[in-house]
Write a protein that binds this ligand. Structure first.
Ligand SMILES: NC(=O)c1ccc[n+]([C@@H]2O[C@H](COP(=O)([O-])OP(=O)(O)OC[C@H]3O[C@@H](n4cnc5c(N)ncnc54)[C@H](O)[C@@H]3O)[C@@H](O)[C@H]2O)c1
Length: 353
């Protein structure tokens, strides 16, 4: 079992036992477990063995439900049940449940404790940690939220056994992003091949290590933490585009970020921060794992509109994080509309090997 101290992260087969002790020591007035219908079915029965008295609240699954109205529903339930400030919310689910639950807990009665128990790969290696939680507004990503850390994070990878393969793969985009901004050796190891299932414990631990190191340097994202946004300016714009304009064929967060990583790597190359060989390797690794996202040139205008509304922009200037060679990054890079268009053109012409 691995333990990181800030915040307290337990990983491994005995992590649920640690969770049990944490809850007992916390002497909480109530334990609320937040789930969606899928984690209620597959993950809650496992967690129940480690829980005493508790209350379960469920939110409909999916990015389209990461909204303020889902929060209102839970806030009202908490209030109707007279839940006080000594309660704890246990977020049992993917990134959507961690984000909504973190936001609900951070704002209910000005803040109660919460614990993240991620159940998707993406949430285990990224969304569960860093203390950011948010909901979407009018289809735009994470427009309303807070910085606030969970009291603890429990990484129990057996939860991944029930995760559909496509969702599992989705998590690799954030692992690749962590390698790209933080550790060239890690990137090369990923590029040279790994076993998707048997290496997973190690890949999650290394991913957490990179993110934790960066977040601990800059919790409120004034500087280096912006590196974690690499791939997300265009990635979030693509995710919002499908959420708002093609709700019948949504794409996963990780798939959008994977495409965003390729496009933003191209912009890094165009600005001469990355060489063509590095760009090729990034594209090859991503397309080995991910399907191409189907976008047309006629979609570019709407995607760019979404990039322009990204919360990382300042004074109406698009500010991106770009790569500065593999393993290093540059923050606050001004990116022009033409560069975004060209990067999307590069993306749509790529072919899987
Ligand atoms: N706060 C952050 O720092 C941060 C970082 C990265 C991503 N995010 C957010 O995370 C979200 C994406 O997270 P996600 O990819 O986990 O999506 P998700 O939470 O929607 O989960 C994906 C699907 O898997 C199902 N599921 C979850 N665990 C399961 C299990 N063990 N077995 C079977 N099915 C299971 C869920 O019900 C859901 O349908 C996005 O909203 C993104 O913005 C947040």
């Amino acid at each position: 079992m691995k333990i990181y101290s800030n915040p307290l992260i337990f990983q491994g087969t005995s992590s649920l036992e640690q969770f049990k002790q944490f809850i007992v020591k916390g002497n909480y007035s109530s334990v609320i477990v937040l789930v969606d219908e899928t984690t209620e079915k597959y993950c809650l029965p496992i967690l129940k063995e480690y829980l005493g008295a508790h209350i379960v609240y469920s939110i409909a699954s999916g990015e389209e439900n990461k909204t303020i109205s889902s929060c209102i529903d839970v806030w009202e339930k908490l209030s109707d049940a007279n839940i006080d400030r000594k309660a704890v919310i246990v977020n049992l689910g993917g990134g959507v449940i961690c984000d909504i639950g973190g936001f609900i807990a951070s704002t209910y009665k000005r803040g109660i404790d919460f614990i993240n128990i991620p159940t998707t790969l993406l949430a285990m290696c990224d969304a569960c940690l860093g203390g950011k939680s948010a909901v979407n507004l009018q289809g735009l990503k994470n427009q309303v939220g807070v910085f606030n850390n969970p009291k603890s994070i429990i990484i129990y990878t057996n939860f991944l056994d029930t995760l559909p393969e496509k969702q599992f793969i989705s998590g690799f985009s954030e692992i690749i992003k962590h390698a790209l901004i933080g550790n060239v050796r890690f990137f090369n190891e990923l590029y040279n091949g790994f076993d998707l299932r048997s290496d997973i414990e190690n890949l999650i631990a290394r991913s957490i290590k990179i993110k934790t190191r960066i977040v601990n340097l800059d919790a409120n994202e004034k500087g280096v933490r912006k590196s974690l946004n690499f791939g997300h300016s265009i990635g979030h714009a693509l995710e919002s585009f499908f959420l708002m304009d093609h709700p019948q064929s949504p794409i996963y967060h990780g798939e959008a970020i994977a495409a965003g990583i390729i496009a933003e790597s191209w912009i890094s190359m165009k600005k001469k921060y990355l060489n063509a060989d590095e760009l090729d390797k990034i594209g090859i690794l991503i397309l080995r794992l991910f399907p191409m996202i189907k976008i047309k040139k006629s979609d570019f205008a709407k995607i760019i509109e979404n990039v322009n509304k990204d919360k990382k922009n300042e004074h109406n200037i698009n500010l991106f994080t770009l790569l500065n060679g593999i393993g290093r990054f540059r923050i606050n890079e001004t990116v022009r509309k033409e560069e975004i268009i060209q990067s999307l053109e590069y993306y749509i012409l790529l072919k899987k090997e």
